[in-house]
Design a protein around this ligand. Structure first.
Ligand SMILES: *[C@@H]1O[C@H](CO)[C@@H](O)[C@H](O)[C@H]1NC(C)=O
Length: 447
């Protein structure tokens, strides 16, 4: 019996160590390249993508080209995009060596800058910010290449009369986090990011409201639960970027006022409370925050529902993304010295599930039997000028372009998964899916 267990343990360790995290990091960054909107640069590696959406404009003609398409579609949804930029920046700040080892630090910075350059354009005046380009249903009712789309792409904004403290707070967090990333690499860009971060935070805090009540087209797709967590989160990121104690004071004051200590939540594009806890644990070393993040990670490991093959199962829609988000936060907790061995083992196990431990990979282009029919418009199209339309969506053939590095939604609660384009719940890809996932890979890569 003992010998048997030893062998099993040995096999598990062996298996877990066998993934090339550097390669997955490199691929994940290619996924973000494939999601680029606007005019593509000459060093673009994903060459089946071309310039697109060059007429994206604000209501007064402002240039809103650039940024990222959200998922398998072409809407530029600002709220999840900002979250993605914040989390990618967080990973570069705390796990830079993991990126360096993957020879990907430059590309990781470029992935962040592709979002932050766009946010700077969207911030057209102090209290005015464009939070979406493209109309959800109009966009989703069309299938083809982004280079070929002709539907109207209206732009939606928040301002003092139509506020959005969550959107502005999260974008302030993204710009502040990115300013740390660029501090030594490009200090003048870093300063610009920080100036806009401060203005956006002030806007978020002064004019309170949920962005999805102002940008109502987002309601069906990325409705916000509330702005309270984003205001605390934004203040903490500004504190990290500036070392200005008034931001930490603000964060603590709002944390009390909103009674965030009474809440928990699965970390996501909408829900930052657990992210707040781990940042406060790292920055203040206060026991209350250490206890909360410890409870969260211990609960994930010991009490959270699992699939029969061991994936922590939080939510049907994007199950691997939800697991990645939990894994990343626990790696941040480990970084702060909280149960590091246990939390890193948990991360290795969960990421192992995604990369192939069950006999299949859930990352396009990587490993054994990866997805090839992911629900994603541009990669489902043959090279131009061949037609691309709903026939390509309905086709049983694999996507003609390999969308390297994209993490698909993932299995249902019984490890059930089918690699079919029509199953957008389990087989779509999205910018936010890869954000914590990529950070977790960087963290594991530097161990
Ligand atoms: C891991 O992947 C990287 C990047 O693709 C590659 O350069 C390296 O040789 C791979 N390492 C191993 C051990 O296969």
């Amino acid at each position: 019996m003992n010998v048997f267990l030893l062998i099993l343990g040995g096999l598990a360790a062996c298996h877990a160590a066998s993934y090339n995290y550097s390669q997955v990091i490199e691929y994940s960054l290619l996924f973000y390249e494939a999601q680029r909107s606007g005019k593509l640069p000459s060093d673009q590696k994903v060459t089946w993508r071309k310039d697109s959406a060059l007429n994206d404009k604000g209501q007064n003609g402002e240039d809103l080209t650039g940024g990222y398409y959200d998922a398998g579609d072409y809407v530029k949804f600002g709220f999840p995009m900002a979250y993605t930029a914040t989390v990618l920046s967080w990973g570069v700040i705390d796990f830079e060596q993991g990126y360096t080892k993957a020879n990907s630090l430059e590309d990781a910075r470029k992935a962040i800058k592709w979002a932050t350059d766009y946010f700077l354009k969207c911030h057209v005046s102090e209290n005015e910010f464009y939070g979406q380009v493209g109309e959800g249903n109009l966009d989703h009712n069309w299938w083809g290449r982004p280079e070929d789309m002709t539907m109207e792409r209206p732009a939606y904004k928040i301002d003092a009369q139509n506020p959005g403290s969550d959107l502005a707070g999260e974008t302030a967090a993204a710009l502040a986090a990115a300013s740390i990333v660029f501090k030594s690499a490009d200090s003048s860009y870093s300063d610009t990011l920080l100036t806009h971060a401060k203005q956006l935070y002030n806007f978020a805090d002064t004019y309170r409201g949920k962005y999805s009540e102002s940008i109502t087209d987002a309601q069906q797709f990325y409705s916000s639960y509330g702005y309270e967590d984003d205001l605390v989160w934004g203040a903490i990121w500004l504190y990290k970027a500036t070392n200005d104690e008034s931001y930490l004071t603000k964060a603590k004051q709002l944390y009390e006022e909103f009674e965030l200590g009474d809440y928990n939540g699965y970390f996501s594009w909408d829900q930052k409370i657990t992210g707040v806890e781990v940042l406060l644990a790292q920055l203040t070393k206060e026991q209350a925050h250490i206890d909360k993040i410890t409870d969260y990670c211990d609960g994930m490991i010991n009490d959270q529902a699992r699939t029969p093959k061991g994936l922590v199962f939080i939510e049907q829609w994007g199950s691997l993304r939800m697991a990645s988000n939990a894994v990343y936060l626990c790696l941040e907790a480990a970084q702060a010295g909280i149960n590091p061995t246990q939390y890193r083992n948990f991360a290795t196990e969960q990421i192992g599930y995604m990369l192939g431990d069950t006999g299949r990979s859930y990352v396009v282009g990587f490993g054994t039997n990866p997805p090839s029919h992911e629900s994603h418009r541009s990669s489902s199209c043959p090279l131009a000028p061949a037609t691309c339309d709903w026939n390509n969506y309905n086709s049983a053939d694999p996507n003609p372009q390999v969308l390297y590095g994209a993490l698909v939604g993932g299995p249902g609660q019984d490890d059930d998964y089918q690699d079919v384009r029509s199953d957008y719940i389990h087989n779509e890809v999205a910018d936010d899916y890869n954000a914590c996932f990529q950070g977790a890979l960087a963290a594991l890569n530097q161990l």
